[in-house]
Write a protein that binds this ligand. Structure first.
Ligand code: 5GP
Ligand code: MN
Length: 322
């Protein structure tokens, strides 16, 4: 950590980036570190390729996050919450030319890319690691930074329910509450406000669920047509897979989601994202790695180009081994 702090302190312009289709941890850690480096008088650019999901637009200074970057003279890039560098999306070609890349993450499948790594797979969220980094840099925490960190921990632990929930999750969140964060306000933003379209999408998603013959694996499907018909975006998918995971006896839930960039496209692109969740008895990061993806042992994912029916067959064939 000390060598990373030295690198950050001697940098003038720092790019901070997180993964496409960001979750609360990706955006929370991005804003928390961005505001902290700004407090140290650094020039910062916060980057995420995808739109900020509506539920996270309440975060302080969220307008600082840009979705395009040029070939500016950055000294250092900090990549947060990405198991591999490609997770940041198109900007990988620009970022890989930045002289120093710092990789801060908590995924077990992290490829150790970059010149410096701060990887802790026992951390509940990248926001936990960023919290420690901010403390070590002696940046005073304020309510804005605290809100971002709290949101990151809350989102990645599924409100302190998932298996990554650790002692630090509670200790950090307690400290953030002491700094003025209101848990109810944040959960209202993150969980309390569903658009009507999202409820309709949930209906479609629930209706699509199928179970393997042995009952141990469930599949949920979301197609481009469903997004178009319910006027929803990929960000509205967040959390839906948990319904498929909750089903009695199910060990692994898979959500097969057709790629959709928010505008109607020609049909049959054959590009899908598969999200995997397990009840803790199956290592889904290992399964995702087989398909070129990654993640955590109980939450992982991968991209695949194939037909929906082929993907379903491939996933159902996993059921006998779990
Ligand atoms: P989800 O599938 O719900 O988007 O993501 C679940 C977890 O797996 C997240 O921690 C996410 O970062 C990781 N993940 C999802 N897709 C990929 C992928 O294609 N590659 C890697 N390395 N990790 C992924
Ligand atoms: Mn995370």
């Amino acid at each position: 950590m000390d060598s990373i702090i030295r690198q950050l302190k001697k940098s003038d312009h720092i790019l901070i980036a997180t993964h496409t289709h960001p979750d609360g941890d990706a955006i929370g850690s991005l804003i928390a570190l961005g505001l902290s480096l700004k407090a140290l008088n650094k020039n910062i650019t916060l980057y995420n390729e995808s739109p900020i999901p509506a539920v996270y637009r309440f975060l302080p200074e969220v307008h600082l996050v840009v979705n395009k970057i040029g070939k500016t003279n950055y000294d250092t890039a900090v990549i947060l919450d990405c198991g591999d560098l490609n997770r940041i999306g198109e900007a990988v070609s620009i970022v890989s030319r930045i002289p120093v890349i710092v990789n801060i993450d908590h995924h077990v499948t992290n490829t150790h890319f970059g010149h410096f790594q701060l990887i802790d797979t026992s951390a509940c969220a990248t926001s936990e690691i960023v919290y420690r980094l901010i403390k070590q840099m002696a940046v005073p925490l304020n309510k804005a930074i605290a809100t971002a960190i709290y949101t990151g921990v809350l989102a990645d632990t599924g409100s302190f329910r998932f298996s990554n929930t650790n002692r630090a999750a509670f200790a950090i969140c307690q400290e953030m509450v002491e700094l003025g964060v209101h848990p109810h306000d944040i959960s209202q933003h993150v969980y309390g406000t569903y658009s009507l379209g999202r409820i309709k999408l949930l209906n479609r998603a629930l209706d699509s669920i199928e179970i393997s013959a042995n009952g141990k694996l469930s599949i949920m499907i979301l197609t481009k047509d469903m997004f178009v018909e319910t006027h929803t975006q990929p960000e509205d998918v967040d959390g839906l897979i948990n319904y498929a995971k909750r089903i009695e006896d199910v060990r692994v839930a898979a959500l097969i989601q057709e790629h959709y960039n928010g505008t109607e496209q020609p049909r049959n692109s054959n590009k899908f994202h598969v999200s995997l969740r397990s009840d803790g008895s199956v290592d889904v990061a290992a399964i995702a790695s087989l398909f070129g993806g990654g993640g955590h042992s109980s939450a992982a994912g991968f991209n695949i180009e194939s037909t929906l029916s082929d993907i379903k067959i491939k996933i159902f064939s996993l059921a006998d081994k779990i």
